[in-house]
Design a protein around this ligand. Structure first.
Ligand SMILES: *[C@@H]1O[C@H](CO)[C@@H](O)[C@H](O)[C@H]1NC(C)=O
Ligand SMILES: *[C@@H]1O[C@H](CO)[C@@H](O)[C@H](O)[C@H]1NC(C)=O
Ligand SMILES: *[C@@H]1O[C@H](CO)[C@@H](O)[C@H](O)[C@H]1NC(C)=O
Ligand SMILES: *[C@@H]1O[C@H](CO)[C@@H](O)[C@H](O)[C@H]1NC(C)=O
Ligand SMILES: *[C@@H]1O[C@H](CO)[C@@H](O)[C@H](O)[C@H]1NC(C)=O
Length: 432
């Protein structure tokens, strides 16, 4: 009797092992990935200390994981990786119900716009373990790390909800002791007049005065500051293209910030506006972005990405609009947008760069002037509809004033802009 029972027990063990093995095989097949799991004591949560987190023992950094079910259920981890030296990465998911740790091999897709820098943004994509909805994920180059040694990243976008904003503007890195306070305040107030509710600032560094302004707008609920100390981890370039100078990533990681901004706002904002802090998309035919986009979408229902022509308004050509109530602005550091109403003409054989207003749910990967992977079409918005008002140093030096095109679109907003800027300055106590 005893013998029989032992025999039975043995066969049972073999049977279960076979079952587990075949299940593992089925799983691997299903995901085309290796999946391993093991029981552990508990699911620990060790949150990252910064927006960018270095992974130990490999040349990769994690920004944030986003749940994405637009095609199938995946976790897309936005990360910055060395384009040659990161071969394998594994996702670790801890399932609290039975305290099991799953390890899945990730697919690493480096975005094609890396501009020859050694590091670029990557989508690190993992399938989720079935019958478990993990809240956090960890990443490591080997599948055998003890879980409690790993940083756990909260998986975002799990519960989409409804959009709370019509327009969210994304600024990629603010850097170099940024102190263009007046232009920044005018720009934020212009965005609000045009219809924006949120502005995301990926902040590398700025002046003390600018910090105060950012704090004010954060309390107001307009600005969200994302700390962006990328120079702690990588040699950053302020060029967009690799100058072959030993730097590691372009333009303070602009592309990484822009993609992160799209995913952060994927479900919270109807549209995302990708432009720099010295740029404003100004409509000609409409007064606000709401009415302009409503019209553009109605006429182009298959389009999700709208590209606007960039035009330079050189800060070397000053015009005085005789506006009242702006005298106190002289005491605020920075440029006064109301003084720049001349733009450079197009050049033959030069392409005007474009900036975008897009439906974030239509975008998989973006670059600066166009998207790289998307679900909907892109269109060039004609110049008679709107332009990107780009106030900066001239690109075409030494052009006589008469060769510039007078364009007073920004002046249409003078009354509300002056009023709102003055209100903001009073609140900042920048003027008395
Ligand atoms: C978004 O736009 C719609 C229609 O243009 C408007 O009714 C609504 O108030 C706007 N939402 C916010 C948060 O401003
Ligand atoms: C900001 O960055 C500049 C260089 O880009 C540096 O000279 C300056 O010290 C930094 N300021 C702070 C407060 O970190
Ligand atoms: C500004 O006002 C002065 C006198 O008040 C006038 O001579 C000048 O033409 C005005 N300039 C503009 C651009 O309107
Ligand atoms: C200037 O400011 C005063 C007081 O704040 C206001 O009464 C007046 O209407 C403003 N003028 C213009 C042209 O905005
Ligand atoms: C300022 O705005 C008002 C109202 O929108 C407009 O009538 C006026 O012409 C504008 N001023 C200038 C100098 O464009």
């Amino acid at each position: 009797m005893f013998y029989v029972r032992r025999h039975f027990f043995c066969w049972c063990t073999v049977g279960i092992t076979c079952l587990l093995l075949s299940f593992n095989f089925y799983w691997s097949k299903k995901f085309h990935l290796g999946v391993a799991w093991r029981n552990i004591e508990s699911c620990s949560v060790k949150l990252p200390q910064d927006t960018i987190t270095p992974l130990k023992g490999t040349k990769a950094y994690v920004i944030a994981p986003y749940y994405d079910n637009r095609e199938k259920d995946i976790i897309r981890i936005l990360g910055i990786v060395h384009h040659q030296e990161v071969e394998e990465l594994y996702c670790y998911f801890c399932c609290t119900s039975d305290t099991v740790l799953y390890t899945v091999k990730a697919v690493i897709n480096i975005h094609s716009d890396r501009f020859d820098f050694p590091y670029g943004l990557a989508d690190i994509i993992c399938s989720e373990p079935p019958s478990c909805t993990p809240t956090h994920v960890s990443v490591h180059w080997s599948p055998y790390e003890p879980h409690d040694s790993l940083t756990t990243f909260k998986i975002l976008n799990r519960n989409p909800g409804r959009p709370t904003a019509n327009f969210t503007v994304c600024f990629s890195a603010m850097f170099g002791n940024y102190n263009n306070v007046l232009q920044f305040i005018q720009t934020i107030e212009m965005y609000k007049i045009l219809g924006a509710q949120n502005v995301m600032v990926y902040l590398n560094n700025c002046s003390r005065k600018m910090e105060k302004v950012l704090q004010y707008y954060t309390e107001e609920g307009t600005v969200e500051v994302i700390p962006w100390h990328i120079q702690r981890y990588l040699k950053v370039s302020d060029n967009w293209q690799y100058p072959n100078d030993g730097t590691e990533i372009g333009y303070y990681g602009q592309i990484s910030a822009l993609n992160d901004c799209i995913y952060r706002n994927m479900y919270s904002s109807k549209f995302v506006v990708l432009n720099d802090q010295d740029e404003i998309i100004l409509p000609f035919k409409h007064r606000t972005w709401d009415t302009m986009m409503e019209s553009l979408q109605r006429k182009n229902p298959k389009v999700g990405i709208f590209q606007f022509e960039n035009h330079i308004f050189p800060q070397t050509v000053v015009s005085n609009g005789n506006f009242t109530n702006t005298s106190s602005w002289n005491r605020v550091p920075g440029s006064n947008l109301l003084q720049y109403i001349h733009r450079e003409p197009d050049r033959l054989s030069y392409y005007n760069a474009r900036k975008m207003i897009l439906d974030p749910r239509a975008v998989i990967q973006t670059s600066v002037h166009s998207t790289l992977k998307q679900y909907k079409r892109s269109m060039y918005v004609p110049l008679h509809t709107a332009l990107v008002y780009h106030c900066r140093d001239p690109l075409q030096h030494n052009l006589p004033r008469a060769s510039l095109i007078k364009d007073r679109t920004i002046w249409r907003y003078n009354v509300s802009l002056i009023r709102n800027v003055n209100q903001a300055l009073l609140k900042f106590k920048l003027i008395g």
